[in-house]
Design a protein around this ligand. Structure first.
Ligand code: PRP
Ligand code: URA
Length: 208
């Protein structure tokens, strides 16, 4: 079974094109990240288990359906924050745990600086959120942390991946599915995804 899911939805493609455009300002960029997050969350949660839920409509009793599994959102700071609101609107009871990592600009290796996980896992599924899967180092390190902590069912949701990042991540964590809007061409010498969208954190937060 392939663990890489690239959205084929026309709305995702349309919004991603606007997101990539260098003329898109920070406000619009944040709106688009949120909207893409909603659309990707729909795809990333398609296999959640459900249970029957008896209810009464104004006209008759019926067997409804509710989501049985509990979900934890794990945004990788900073840029992963932008994906939280959209997903959270769809799953308001999800818990949110922040992991802080930045890429050392020289080595491109992730450096951990923040971890707000509770003592032990309290949910069935962890959804790791980060718009960019470049070398894959940050996502791999986050899933390493979650597995050491005891999480069993983990998914990664991002916006753009590089083929190099997909290969590294799949090698390190073959059990963790990847949901993205696009897989781009390559990484440049600075570890940026080409054509990509530039620096996702800087574009969201208006930092240079
Ligand atoms: C970016 C991005 C990912 C990481 C991807 O974060 O949001 O976390 O780079 O690169 P990788 O796959 O090679 O690890 P960055 O380190 O720039 O930090 P920021 O989110 O605080 O801007
Ligand atoms: N981080 C980003 O924000 N953009 C890239 O292209 C690679 C890593």
């Amino acid at each position: 079974m392939t663990q890489l899911h690239v959205s084929n939805h026309p709305l995702v493609k349309h919004k991603l094109t606007l997101l990539r455009d260098k003329n898109t300002d920070s406000k619009k960029f944040r709106e688009l990240v949120k909207e893409i997050a909603i659309l990707l969350a729909y795809e990333a949660t398609a296999d959640l288990s459900t249970a029957m839920a008896p209810i009464e409509t104004p006209l008759a009793p019926m067997e409804g359906v509710r989501v049985k599994e509990t979900i934890g959102l794990v945004p990788i700071l900073r840029a992963g924050l932008g994906l939280v609101d959209g997903v959270w609107e769809m799953m308001p009871s999800a818990e949110v745990w922040h992991i802080g990592l930045f890429r050392d600009e020289r080595t491109l290796r992730p450096v951990e600086y923040y971890n707000k996980l509770p003592v032990s896992p309290t949910v069935d599924v962890c959804l790791v959120l980060d718009p960019m899967l470049a070398t894959g180092g940050s996502a791999i390190a986050t899933v390493d942390i979650l597995k050491r902590w005891g999480a069993h069912r983990i998914k990664f949701m991002g916006v753009i991946a590089a083929p190099e990042g997909v290969a590294a991540f799949t090698k390190a964590h073959p059990d963790v599915p990847i949901f993205v809007a696009a897989v781009d061409d390559h990484l440049n010498e600075n570890g940026y995804i080409v054509p990509g969208l530039g620096d996702a954190g800087d574009r969201q937060f208006g930092t240079a």
